[in-house]
Write a protein that binds this ligand. Sequence first.
Ligand code: SF4
Length: 344
Amino acid sequence: MAEQGSRLEKGQALSLYLEADFFDLAAAAHERRMEIHPGNVVTYVVDRNINYSNVCVCGCKFCAFYRRPGQEGGFVLSREELGRKIEETLALGGTQILLQGSHHPDLDLSFYEDLLAFIKKQYPGIHIHGFSPPEIIHFAEVSSQDPEEVLKRLMHSGLDSIPGGGAEILVDRVRKLVSPNKCSAGRWLQVMRSAHRLGLRTTATMMFGHRETPGERVEHLFALRELQDETGGFTAFIPWTFQPDNTRLSAERTTSVEYLRTLALSRIVLDNFPNLQVSWVTMGAKIGQLGLFFGANDFGSTMIEENVVAASGVDFKMSRQEIEDTIQEAGFIPCQRRMDYSPV
Ligand code: SF4
């Protein structure tokens, strides 16, 4: 293991991932977590994923959610449905929505500006955690705008923060295999850099367990650590596992051990990320609970609605009470938070 206080290098990180004893790795990650968040609090957010559309021209091989233009089952959410979903979220004590969609070929920037303005006018208290770097780049291309200009306009219309979706693995070799039409790793990072410079906070994710090597997972973590050194704009990191069912990408399902090792490694490498989330949506509540001893300090979201992972046949559901009970059973104190991790 790296010396106490020194910063891990790539080679060391890979050796840790491949060779460290499972429980030593957990202990090291948990120790880092307790240094960053002394005390026993585990946070979670009450929110809902709202997908404004599933019509997509990107065609990522790992995606079971999208429909091609004209294909049966494609939708663009109406204002009425959107309003109903937000009202249900507010009624359940929700503070934010995670607004995400697809690469719709015919919707230009004004559609998204109007969407945000509508939400902020009707529900001024709701935090809009919306879009992802590939969506921002897609909007820019459809509207012949610069991505930074797109960010400014979306912020002006009410965008509050950006989720770290579409990162998959931030290595172009892997991206070409699993999502050849999506933006490059460099462009993903550049959108996040611009967002942070403009004052938007964002999260970062990693979807792993498909075509990447362990070394490429490490590359991903180091790319994020470098950008965070530069901007400090990431609030949290959320690694989650690829779910192969109903997709065009065959892969063995990632084991719980592999998930937990990756989670622990993330906590150790990403020493400049304040928060690490478990992914109970893909791993289930019990592994989520274990994740709290592998470096994670946050239980993620109640996901009042979730469609993207559910489309691959994985449909773990937890109510707010179940999340609180799960955290408590693991020996921690649950605390509802906002996107910026301030308590509600
Ligand atoms: S992951 Fe997103 S961009 Fe890729 S096909 Fe699915 S909806 Fe489209």
